[in-house]
Design a protein around this ligand. Structure first.
Ligand code: GAR
Length: 215
C-alpha cells in the first residue's frame, strides 16, 4: 500500500508499565484529536504490565514480548520487528518503554520511532534516567522548572532530535510522585498524542522522511 492512498497511519505503542501515556493516545483517538493515525498494536516487554489491559479494553491487539522468552537481545529485537512489520506499523510510539533498543533496531525504523521523556532534555536524561528516578534527580538538583520532551529515537539514549517540549513548574514540598503526576497531567498526556497526530498527518500526506526511506 502506498503512503498516499492510506487514510490513517498505523501506530504501534510500546510500553513497560501502567500505560497512562498509552491511555492518553487511545483517548485522543477516541475523541478524534488523533485522527491521522490509529493504534493497531501494543507491545509490552513485561508480561504483567497494566497497559496491556488498557489496550485490550480499547479493542487493540496487545502482546507481551520479553527478552527472557526470546533468549537474547538479537532474538528479542527480531521478534519485535516481526510483530511491528506484521502490523504494517508506520509509527512506533515508546510510551514508558524501558527496554534497551540497539542501533540495529533504531536504524530499521529511522525517524519512525518517538519517545516521551519526563524532563526537559538535555536535563535529567540518558542512561539510568527513567520513571521516578528522573524526578528524584530534578528535585535533588533544586530545579524550579521541569517538564517533558517528545523526541525521535536513535541509538543514543534520549539523544534523538527533539520534536516538542513543555515546561512544568516545580513547587516547594514536591515529592517525586507529585512532580511526576503534575508533569504527566500538564505535559506528557497532551504532548505525546499531539506529536503522534502531527507525524501521522505527515506520513499520510507522504511528507515524512522516515516513511519515504522504508516504503
Ligand atoms: C512516563 O512518565 C514516561 O515519561 C516515563 O515513564 C513513565 C511511564 O508511565 N518514561 C521514561 O522515563 C523513559 N525514559 P506510563 O506507563 O503511565 O505511561
Amino acid at each position: 500500500m502506498s503512503a498516499k492512498k492510506q487514510k490513517k497511519a498505523n501506530i504501534a505503542v510500546l510500553i513497560s508499565g501502567g500505560g497512562t501515556n498509552l491511555q492518553a493516545i487511545l483517548d485522543a483517538e477516541k475523541s478524534g484529536a488523533l485522527h491521522s493515525g490509529s493504534v493497531k498494536l501494543v507491545i509490552s516487554n513485561r508480561k504483567g504490565a497494566y497497559g496491556l489491559e488498557r489496550a485490550k479494553a480499547a479493542g487493540v491487539k496487545a502482546v507481551a514480548v520479553t527478552k527472557k522468552d526470546c533468549g537474547s537481545q538479537e532474538a528479542f529485537e527480531a521478534e519485535l520487528i516481526r510483530r511491528l512489520d506484521e502490523a504494517k506499523t508506520d509509527l512506533i510510539v515508546l510510551a514508558g518503554w524501558l527496554a534497551i533498543l540497539s542501533e540495529n533496531f533504531t536504524r530499521h525504523f529511522e525517524h519512525r520511532i518517538i519517545n516521551i521523556h519526563p524532563a526537559l532534555i538535555p536535563s535529567f536524561c540518558g542512561e539510568g534516567f527513567y520513571g521516578l528516578k528522573v524526578h528524584e534527580a530534578a528535585l535533588e538538583k533544586g530545579v524550579k522548572v521541569s517538564g517533558a520532551t517528545v523526541h525521535y529515537v536513535n541509538e543514543i539514549p534520549d539523544g534523538g532530535e527533539i520534536i516538542a517540549q513543555k515546561a512544568v513548574r516545580v513547587y516547594p514540598g514536591d515529592t517525586p510522585e507529585k512532580l511526576q503526576l503534575r508533569i504527566m497531567k500538564q505535559a506528557e498526556w497532551k504532548l505525546l498524542p499531539k506529536a503522534a497526530e502531527d507525524i501521522c498527518a505527515k506520513i499520510v500526506a507522504g511528507d515524512h522522511p522516515g516513511f519515504q526511506e522504508v516504503r
